[in-house]
Design a protein around this ligand. Sequence first.
Ligand SMILES: [Fe+2]
Length: 370
Amino acid sequence: MFRISTNHISEGMVVGRNITDVNGRVLLTAGQVLNSRYIQRLRAFNIKYIYIQDDLDIIEPVPVVRPTTISKATASFKRCYDQCLKTGKVNVQTVQSQVDNIIKDLMSNNDIMFGMAEVKEYDNYTYEHSVNVCILSLVLGISQDYSKLRLQALGIGSMLHDIGKIKIPLEIINKPSALTYEEFIEVKKHPLTGYNIATESNDLPRGAAQAILQHHEHIDGRGYPRGIDYTDIHEYGLIVAVADVFDALITDRPYRRAFSNYEAIQMIQQKTGTHLSKRFVDALLRHVNLYPPGTVMVLSNEDMALVTQENPADKNRPQLKLMFDANGKAYEMDNVMDLAEHKDISITKVLGTEEAESNLAKFLQIHKSG
Ligand SMILES: [Fe+2]
């Protein structure tokens, strides 16, 4: 299966996975052939990406959290957010039940490894982002052997980290260009607003409010709202900061496309020691696959190749399908290589999202017409 931007889909492509809207309602089921009506419908629902069936033989890793758990949590959080808009309070019990479901899914994995980002399909950034930050934060908490109670507190705090954004005008939140000074001042209020909302709600576990208040603090003291440094930032605040930055990077924004895991980790490392804590960045690195299936890379022999499958024993040397040689000539569809068996060949470049997708589309086109 192949994840493709709905800008690039065309009639005749076969849907690879059920496509759902933000409420979990199925718009199109796997196996359906796209026609112009379906394509229009997907665009009307603002679906950004879909999975299509292809002959690339990409084998996706099993997601660390089940898609149904994620879509239920997203829909539930959306309701929680809307309710908070009306009442100024959050229903912590409801958030906790979604957090518990996520913890249960995460705990059922022997080895938690993030491959391709799973949830980027709706234009509901705040809700999806909140759920993703919750998942990533919990993974970091699990990596520190947190107890169930601490995981719940961290999970609730991370899910609610941006709840203070309910007070920011939507035109600022969704602004596709850089913020003005005044707008940024407005945005910078959300940790404290969120903290106040959370602490006025019933049943908030200890530490959760700190995760909300401190997720934009930097370890060198240059963050906001208080400009406190490493010694004063709660561990949950340090964790949510890492999860927040990573998820923002691997998600499409109105002004740019998502970065790949590889690009995002490089950018995160540049922020380590000033903005982000090394301890939790290192923890994140242990759980993110730099070359998940679907990645397009250039090798030291100048071949361009697609990652089709993880090598569980060596996540840095995956299974590949060769696409183009050094002269740009396309390989046959079935030209595969196990990088773990070719230690003399190294990875010299990982293509960015846009470049990867256009090369894959070109490769597929060549084999369709040939
Ligand atoms: Fe935030």
